[in-house]
Ligand binder design. Sequence first.
Ligand SMILES: Nc1ncnc2c1ncn2[C@@H]1O[C@H](COP(=O)(O)OP(=O)(O)O)[C@@H](O)[C@H]1O
Ligand SMILES: [Mg+2]
Length: 346
Amino acid sequence: MHTIELKNISKEYNGVTVLNDINLYIQENEFLTLLGPSGCGKTTTLRIIGGFEEPTKGTVLFEEKDITDIPPYKRQINTVFQKYALFPHLDVYDNIAFGLKIKKLPKSEIDSKVKEMLRLVNLQGFEKRSIDSLSGGQQQRIAIARALVNEPKVLLLDEPLGALDLKLRKDMQIELKNMQKRVGITFIYVTHDQEEALTMSDTIVVMDKGRIQQIGTPVDIYNEPKNAFVAEFIGESNIIDGIMHEDYLVEFSGQNFKCVDKGFRKGENIEVVIRPEDIEIVSVANGQLNGIVKSVTFKGVHYEMIIESKDFEWMIHSTIMKEVGTEIGMTVLPENIHIMKKVRAE
Ligand SMILES: Nc1ncnc2c1ncn2[C@@H]1O[C@H](COP(=O)(O)OP(=O)(O)O)[C@@H](O)[C@H]1O
Ligand SMILES: [Mg+2]
C-alpha cells in the first residue's frame, strides 16, 4: 500500500500553470526528495500534500483514501518549514509539548515523550532553554522534534537546512537521515541542492517547470539521467550532439562509438552525456578522441581539466595531471556513454 499518492495533480495561479500533471507514489518509511531549481514547484507540491493548498486538478490519496478536501490538521502529516516557526515565548520543553498539551495527554506521558524527542535530536538537558538562546541548527532540531512528537505518518520538510552554514548542513543531513531510519516515518523532503538529495534520499523526484522529469534512486538518477535537464542538474556533464546509427552504435565528435543504448530511430539526432570522471586519459595513439589540455584546476581529490578537441571542449576529472598544452588521448567505456532523446523540457 502506498502511504501517499498524487494523481494527475495540476495547480494554476491566475491562469498560470505551476504544476502540470504530477503523478507520484510515496511508500511507507521512504525518504523521498523533491529536487529541482527554484520556482519548479517543489513547495507547491509539498503544500498540496500537507493540505495548505488545493490542487486545481487531481487527487491526493493517503493510504488509498482521498484526502484532497481534508484540512491540514486532520491529516496524519506534519510539516517542518524552512523557517523554524517555533514559539519564541515558550521554552524548548513547551515548544515540543505544545501539540500534546492540546491533545490533553496526561502529564507523565507528555514528559516521557518530550524527553524521548530531545534524546532523538541530541538536545538532552535543553528543556528550560529559551528559543532565542539556541543556534540555528539547534532551533531546527527542536522544530523537527516538535513535528515528530505528534507521531505523524508523514513528515514534510521544506529546505529545512537551507539557513544553516555548510558544515552544519552536512552534519544535519546525516543526523536527519539517521533519525528518519530510527523513527521509521515517511519523509518528503524538498531541496534544490543535488548533493543533499543524493546523500539523503531513497528516492529522488527531479522536477523542472512544474513537471516531473525523472523518478529514481540516487544511483539511477546519477548514472542514468533520462534527459539533458536531469543530467545537467545532477552533476557537471559533457553533453554533446550525436547521431544514433543503429542499436548500440552512436556517432559524436565525428567518430563512431559502441554504447549500451537501443530503441532509437536509425539516424536519430540525440544528445550524448558523459560524466567528467568517466573519461579516461590514454596516449594519443590509443585515444578514441584526442585533444589539447586547455586548463587544469586541482579540486581537492582530483584534477579538473578542460580538453579542447576539434569540435568540443571536454571536462575531465582525473587523478592524473597533464600540463596545459599537452596533447592527450581520451577513451570512454560503452556503458558510460548515455544516450538521451533530443527533447529538452520546454
Ligand atoms: N500563492 C502564489 N500565487 C502565485 N504564484 C505562486 C504562488 N505560490 C507559488 N507561485 C509560483 O509557482 C511557482 C512554483 O513555486 P514554488 O512551488 O514555490 O517553487 P519552488 O519551491 O520549487 O521554488 C513559482 O513560479 C511561483 O512564483
Ligand atoms: Mg520552495
